[in-house]
Design a binder for this molecule. Structure first.
Ligand SMILES: NC(=O)c1ccc[n+]([C@@H]2O[C@H](COP(=O)([O-])OP(=O)(O)OC[C@H]3O[C@@H](n4cnc5c(N)ncnc54)[C@H](O)[C@@H]3O)[C@@H](O)[C@H]2O)c1
Ligand SMILES: O=C(O)C(=O)C[C@]1(C(=O)O)C=C[C@@H](O)C=C1
Length: 383
């Protein structure tokens, strides 16, 4: 290539990149305009008590924009990705405006363990909705009587290992019509303890997310009814206004689902990390050779070890029954290893096919979903 050609190329590139910069700046102005409109929507919703998350509006809007994109020769997935990202920003912005307060005459809310992670999040959400929130943490028990005296709701969110004991020993003298609720990751024992300790309304919740979610939009909260649901119906409406989906479950059914969804999953993630550690794997090297799916998997394993060991120990150890599920997993692992040792490739393929059949339509659905996640993982790479 001669140098004249190089200069010409450089000049052309510079010119085009200047134009691209201009378009990107216009995009910024459009984003500013959209955020301002969303802020106004937030104010209207706050006044009317409408949920932050409007799934029908989202579906209708996405369908229209996809169609328009196609007509303009733009990949529909591109506009969908962009709009979904923008809507995530909307949830955060609308949240800051605050939420309608569904129950005006509640009295105060006392969050026991309120200086912890999840307690902090619920304290923020309740405060943003106009409730008076008092925190009662481990060094605050001398104020307990005066805080409980005018409490309309007591919300327990202390470490799992001490939850039942604390409820039985310290929450037996609440006002008769006070709601007693908890956020514990297991439900059978805490709900039982609350029903025994308190004769008024009782309800158990399990937020299916960690404290680092920016907003509750699209998150799931499991509710286990205890006593007098009509007295805490407002709270379910309040949580729905925050954008979360309420899933009702009997405590036992919740706990048995959690054996697979939490105890076994966290345990196998723990063993995965333990194994990498014992093998003295070099994470930099692993990342260098990683496919996007491996990077995502490693991120999911690594994120466990950035969190509280006590929380995960409690989730795993609190349910003795989960040992069976973990034992079954180990048996299956062992049998699969035998297959490998025998060199029985045909049997491996046969079993693979029966698992694929069992997954049914979920397998291609998960493949589509994970493809989008993997593309985002790749987007985040900087080298
Ligand atoms: N963190 C999560 O991802 C998550 C998700 C769902 C449910 N949960 C549930 O939320 C509850 C709390 O978890 P967390 O992650 O917020 O834990 P955390 O350790 O951050 O918070 C617990 C709080 O309880 C306080 N505490 C300890 N002993 C106390 C006592 N005797 N009296 C009053 N307060 C006391 C601690 O000082 C701390 O502030 C657990 O039941 C857990 O199962 C947590
Ligand atoms: O239209 C609304 O209701 C909005 O809150 C705005 C918006 C958006 O960003 O377009 C955000 C959240 C909703 O789930 C749907 C749409």
């Amino acid at each position: 290539m001669d140098s004249g050609m190089n200069e010409k190329t450089t000049a052309e590139l510079e010119h085009l990149r200047g134009l691209i910069d201009g378009v990107d700046q216009q995009l910024l102005h459009l984003l500013r305009k959209r955020l301002d409109l969303v802020a106004q929507v937030g104010t209207v919703k706050h006044g009317a008590g409408l949920p932050i998350y409007a799934p029908q509006r989202e579906a209708a809007m996405l369908a229209k924009r996809r169609e328009e994109a196609k007509n303009m020769g733009i990949a529909p997935q591109l506009i969908e990705d962009i709009l979904r990202r923008l809507m995530r920003e909307s949830y955060l912005n609308e949240k800051d405006v605050g939420f309608k307060q569904v129950k005006k005459d509640l009295g105060s809310v006392v969050i026991v363990g309120g200086k912890g992670q999840l307690g902090g999040l619920f304290s923020q959400m309740l405060t943003l909705s106009g409730y008076q929130v008092n925190l009662l943490d481990k060094d605050d028990w001398q104020q307990a009587d005066s805080l409980f005296a005018d409490a309309g709701m007591v919300l327990v969110t202390v470490p799992i290992a001490i939850t039942c004991e604390l409820i039985r020993e310290k929450l037996t003298q609440l006002p008769a019509d006070c709601i007693l609720a908890d956020l514990t990751s297991i439900k059978t024992e805490p709900v039982k303890a609350m029903l025994e300790a308190h004769s008024g309304p009782v309800v158990g919740f399990h937020p299916m997310f960690g404290p680092d979610v920016g907003s509750l939009a699209k998150q799931v909260v499991v509710v286990c009814h205890g006593r007098s649901p009509e007295k805490y119906q407002w709270l379910l409406e309040q949580i729905a206004i925050w954008g979360a989906r309420i899933v009702e479950a009997e405590p036992e059914r919740h706990d048995s689902a959690m054996q697979l969804v939490q105890a076994m999953r966290h345990f196998s993630t723990f063993v995965y990390g333990l194994n990498l550690c014992k093998e003295e794997a070099d994470i930099d090297t692993l990342l260098q050779f990683s496919s996007p799916i491996y990077r995502l998997e490693l991120a999911m394993v690594g994120r466990l070890f950035a969190q509280s060991p006590e929380l995960y120990a409690d989730i795993i150890f609190a349910q003795q029954d989960s040992q069976h599920a973990i034992g079954d997993y180990l048996d299956n692992y062992r049998e699969a290893l035998e297959l490998l040792k025998r060199g029985d490739r045909n049997e491996f393929i046969k079993q693979f096919q029966s698992v694929a059949k069992w997954f049914g339509d979920f397998a291609p659905q998960f493949q589509r979903e994970s493809r989008i996640m993997l593309q985002s993982v790749n987007d985040m790479k900087t080298n």
